[in-house]
Write a protein that binds this ligand. Structure first.
Ligand code: FRU
Length: 655
């Protein structure tokens, strides 16, 4: 059966390319399977159709090149509880009746749009089950139309003319999905002919630029936290200091405010205070089978050349790829001809799972790289590699430097501060760190202290860099703002990392941020005794610093009214706990002493808290009541002395 499908695959591929002629209608399949990619376990081929009860993916192998086209599919579903995605010119149309990963209803998203179109219709109402139906996708005169059994369900002008892949994919979860006929008319070409760097970047940039116009005045968008001009970001990537500029790259979906189509967005700053958006730096090289440019990091190699390292997704297994600048300003980037520079089989017989997110350091005369994931018989680990050449394109696997308890680690950061080594990792939950020692002979890390990088529930996947002043700076991804706003996520303020005598990781906002302060409200010493005092804050973007002593109250802290009537967001200390919204942070291991300093960065919907000079940090997304936020300090069950309270209005980081 398998052999048969491979043979028919090759034959139909050949037939397909023969049959292709400009503007003419030809059949991708009818009764016979066409190119059948990743057929999954449960394929069967019965009289004249393909049936799957599991995962399947059918690809036309060729791409829509440009201009008008029509694609029609006759298919049948046993139940709407399945996942179906139909791709035409790289745009995906479908629904997700299983995973809840796509929004409810039918969804249309991709490079022809600048947002996810959520069709407010239930697939069960539009798609007949248990009998064949026809899906027609039509593009003409700038209009993209979708209809099912002749009934139009979507029609809209596109932002970018569709070009690119043609595919049907899905997941039947035990219920059959059948594909009977699949045909297309239009101009088709091989992927290598259509996918150029310029075209791919131009369509991504256009989508994000258009959406930027829509979101720029949203009063909930932070003004001094980094974000793309619009649409989705996740992890900060490849933070780099080069030629007088700090560069921030980040995981970016230019086509929607949801995760997908991972590109690398880019911005830069001379001083960490004002920032400038730059064109998208990295794009998936679709012609090379790359679907996503996942996370990674940057380094200037020993020849003085900046390089971006990242995980390339879309191949049989993840691969590690490199990009190099096309100009001195680092505005344009090219994929390195040596890619992939590391392959999953380069582990000397070890099997590594979830292998992604490279990060590099120079140590003495060696250049080392860590990559996240885990060996199949171990928990989350940092896999360690040593560069074999100055171009950093050849690497030797040194084994796992350290493994943890959690199932998997993403985005590892491994570096030295003074004589201590630090491991930061994202274990699909709260981001953690270890400090300890690293033996450069055995390449093994020995932990001494462990802590949480950030105790908030809206923080993940930080990335660090060494800057021109020898500082180790860390940025994290701020997650889970409201959905469907045209933008999603932000990046924390830069934190300067040091290690305390006790081995704690200290994270202080960089001193440059002082330049963002404007109007100041200052209050001298006052005492709160079983009382609540409203504090005047200068608008919705400020920094607050409260130096407190005489901490005898049973509970004390700061709170703000939330958008939901009657709810507050509270940061309070009681006994040996800090309550940060829903989170509880035990102070026991830290032994805070008699004084407490609370430094709060509030930026419309972002709260970043730094306790006692960055010994503890917590980040959250909060939507205060815009009309009546009522920020207040309180002390219950005793006294609190506030030695000083300063609040500064903060300026925007964009010129
Ligand atoms: C962490 C992560 C990384 C991956 C990237 C994909 O948030 O899952 O492991 O490279 O996001 O966007």
């Amino acid at each position: 059966m398998k052999q048969l499908s491979v043979i028919t695959l090759i034959i139909s591929l050949l037939c397909f390319s023969c049959a292709q002629r400009e503007g003419e209608l030809f059949l991708i399949r009818s009764g016979e399977p066409s190119e059948l990619l990743e057929p999954g376990e449960d394929w069967s081929q019965e009289d004249g159709y393909l049936e799957s009860k599991g995962e399947y993916s059918l690809s036309a192998g060729q791409c829509i090149s440009s201009g008008a086209f029509q694609m029609s599919i006759k298919m049948e579903l046993e139940s709407p509880e399945c996942f179906l995605a139909i791709m035409a010119g790289d745009n995906k149309f479908g629904f997700d009746g299983i995973w809840d990963e796509m929004p409810a209803g039918m969804v249309l998203e991709g490079p022809s749009f600048h947002k996810t179109h959520q069709l407010k219709m239930n697939p069960g109402e539009v798609i007949p089950v248990g009998r064949p139906f026809d899906i027609l996708v039509k593009y003409e005169n700038n209009l993209l139309e979708y209809s099912i059994d002749g009934k139009e369900i979507f029609s809209e002008e596109v932002v970018n003319e569709p070009f690119g892949r043609i595919r049907i994919e899905g997941w039947g979860e035990g219920k059959y999905i059948r594909v009977y006929d699949w045909s297309i008319s239009g101009e088709l070409v091989a992927p290598g002919e259509i996918y150029t760097r310029e075209r791919l970047l131009a369509r991504a940039q256009k989508s994000v630029d258009l959406r930027a116009e829509e979101v720029k005045n949203d009063p909930n968008r932070p003004i001094y936290h980094l974000q793309p001009p619009a649409n989705w970001n996740n992890d900060p990537n490849g933070t780099l200091y080069y030629n007088g500029y700090y560069h921030m790259f980040y995981q970016h979906n230019p086509f929607s405010d949801r995760w997908n189509w991972m590109h690398w967005g880019h911005m830069r700053s001379k001083d960490l205070v004002t920032w400038e958006h730059l064109p998208i730096a990295l794009w998936p090289s679709l012609e090379k089978g790359e679907e996503h440019c996942f996370s990674g990091s940057a380094i200037v190699n020993r020849k003085g050349e900046p390089m971006l390292f990242y995980t390339s997704i879309g191949h049989d297994a993840p691969e590690q790829w490199v990009a190099i600048p096309g100009d001195d300003e680092l505005i344009t980037w090219e994929k390195h001809p040596a890619n992939p520079i590391l392959h999953i089989d380069d582990h000397k017989g070890e099997v590594i799972e979830d292998w992604r997110d490279p990060q590099l350091i120079h140590e003495g005369d060696q250049t080392l790289m860590v990559i996240g994931g885990h060996p199949d018989d171990k928990g989350g680990s940092i896999m360690l590699y040593k560069a074999l050449n100055d171009d950093l394109t050849e690497w030797d696997y040194l084994g796992t430097a350290f493994s943890g308890e959690e199932g998997n680690w993403e985005c590892p950061n491994f570096f030295r501060i003074g004589d201590k080594w630090v491991v930061i990792y994202s274990p699909h939950g709260q981001v953690m760190y270890y400090t300890g020692n690293f033996d450069l002979d055995s390449y093994k890390f020995t932990p001494e202290q462990q802590g949480s990088v950030d105790y908030g529930s809206n923080y993940y996947a930080p990335n660090s860099m060494e800057d021109g002043k020898g500082r180790r700076l860390l940025w994290g991804w701020i997650t889970d703002f409201k959905e469907n706003q045209g933008w999603q996520s932000a990046i924390t303020v830069p934190r300067n990392l040091t290690v305390s005598k006790d081995g704690w990781l200290i994270q202080e906002p960089v001193e440059e941020l002082i330049d963002l302060r404007s109007e100041q409200v200052h209050m001298n010493t006052f005492t709160l005794k079983d009382e609540t005092r409203e504090i005047e804050v200068p608008g919705h973007e400020f920094e607050l610093l409260a130096e407190c002593s005489n901490l005898s109250a049973g509970s004390y802290g700061i709170r703000v009214n939330r958008e939901q009537k009657g709810e507050v967001f509270e940061i309070s200390v009681s006994e040996n706990l800090i309550h940060f919204g829903e989170e509880e942070i035990s102070l026991e291991p830290y032994g805070l002493g008699d004084d407490l300093s609370l430094r709060l960065f509030f930026d419309r919907t972002v709260v970043e808290l730094y306790v006692n000079g960055g010994l503890l940090c917590a980040t959250s997304v909060v939507y205060p009541d815009k009309e009546n936020p009522a920020w207040e300090l309180f002390a219950q069950g005793g006294e609190l002395e506030v030695k000083s309270l300063d609040i500064w209005k903060m300026k925007s980081i964009y010129k």
